[in-house]
Design a protein around this ligand. Structure first.
Ligand code: SF4
Length: 387
């Protein structure tokens, strides 16, 4: 019997499960983010392809064709998606030993509207047995390990799955799994159904209602990392200002060791904020905003040898020993080779073997001597929250 794939969402969710940690903590963030257009990201595109391959492999297994070939972009994707399939199959087989009626569902659209206006999500894999519901999420990214305990995205998938399957099964427990193959990372979290329903009623529903209306107070925290307005968020700027205000009150002219110790834990937030505001200002400047006293120029770029073999063979012909020009397993740096051979002669020898890529745009004071940036900008913001 097919209990899955009943719910089909028709539009993009304003309050998505993947951004739930953000709008639960900072309820106005979802509506603020709507003002920023979606940006393409190579990592998001790669994750989408990997999920499609993983789905295909799992479906092949389910349909009795485990050896059917699924063509992947590269060996790493092939290995990672096979490892994911094997993990899901292992979870399924373990449950099957205990309960003959265990079922596996792949890529299940889940209705989250009982708690979130317009809410939906897609669970990569769901395993249901008599008393346990497993929700398994593939994370293809390798930026940071993602953990299952108290992970609101997974808990919402668990809620959607519970809603969809509870009329056929009598679950006590929900087991949430994150499988992140490129980091060799597996994280699981067991929840009682009662705890999940309490969280939905006490935390999710009230936050979602406020977030939907764009109400509540902005609250900076670790959830700002993937917020689209992190570079021009007023609450974050105020938070930094409040940190500074505290030190204005001090009588002494130098900080004590204790005061320095109190500042140290604040530095990651300060650093993240300065990076985000720089990135925001650069993007704005590239799109025509003028900041008094600033201009965009081409940043520094490093020369690189594009044909190492050719340069090695030329240096051999010139009579240089390998020890002189190699720093195993590669050639020495261009600067070191210029020193060895002489700048002019090295440039003649390596004509066509060295290139200097265009530097990325940077925002600098107008006093900088570099000429103003002329051409368009490539997408230099690639990091994105995973679905
Ligand atoms: S950057 Fe942080 S505080 Fe500002 S709106 Fe986004 S989540 Fe809220």
């Amino acid at each position: 019997m097919n209990y899955g794939e009943r719910f089909m969402p028709s539009q993009h969710a304003v309050l998505s499960a993947s951004s739930s940690n953000r709008w639960i903590h900072c309820t106005p963030s979802a509506r603020l983010e709507e003002r920023v257009p979606e940006q393409a990201s190579i990592y998001a595109a790669e994750g989408t392809v990997a999920h499609a391959k993983a789905e295909q492999k799992l479906t092949n297994w389910k349909e009795g064709h485990p050896r059917r070939k699924v063509k992947c972009e590269d060996g790493e994707m092939d290995e990672a998606t096979t490892a994911y399939r094997d993990y899901v199959v292992e979870v399924f087989n373990e449950e099957k030993k205990k309960c003959e009626g265990t079922e596996l569902y792949v890529e299940v659209q889940l209705d989250l509207t009982p708690w979130i206006p317009g809410g939906f999500g897609t669970a990569d894999a769901i395993v249901v047995s008599d008393d346990t519901l497993h929700v398994i999420d593939l994370k293809y990214g390798k930026g940071v390990p993602v953990d299952a305990p108290h992970n609101s995205q997974l808990m919402l998938y668990g809620a959607g799955a519970l809603n969809q399957f509870e009329m056929y099964f009598d679950f006590d427990q929900i087991k949430l799994h994150i499988f992140q193959p490129r980091l060799d990372h597996i994280s699981t979290y067991d929840m009682y159904v009662d705890d999940l329903t309490t969280w939905l009623a006490m935390v999710v529903k009230p936050s979602a209602d406020m977030a939907w209306k764009g109400e509540g107070k902005q609250k900076p925290g670790e959830w700002c990392r993937f917020c689209k307005v992190k570079g021009n968020c007023k609450a974050r700027a105020e938070q930094i200002q409040q940190m500074n205000e505290r030190y204005k009150q001090l009588d002494a002219m130098l900080l004590t060791d204790d005061e320095v110790a109190q500042i140290l834990p604040m530095l990651p937030d300060v650093k993240a904020w300065t990076k985000d505001i720089e990135e925001f200002a650069l993007n704005q400047a590239l799109n025509g905003t003028h900041y008094d006293g600033y201009k965009v120029v081409e940043g520094v770029s490093r020369r690189k040898i594009v044909d190492q073999e050719m340069v090695m063979s030329m240096l051999d012909k010139e009579g240089y020993s390998k020890e002189a020009y190699m720093k195993a397993p590669e050639l020495k740096t261009i600067t070191a080779l210029e020193k060895l051979v002489g700048k002019k002669h090295f440039s003649e020898l390596t004509e066509g073997c060295i290139e200097k890529p265009q530097g990325k745009p940077v925002l600098v004071p107008v006093t900088d001597r570099r000429p103003e940036w002329q051409s368009g900008i490539d997408d230099f913001k690639d990091e994105k929250e995973e679905d």
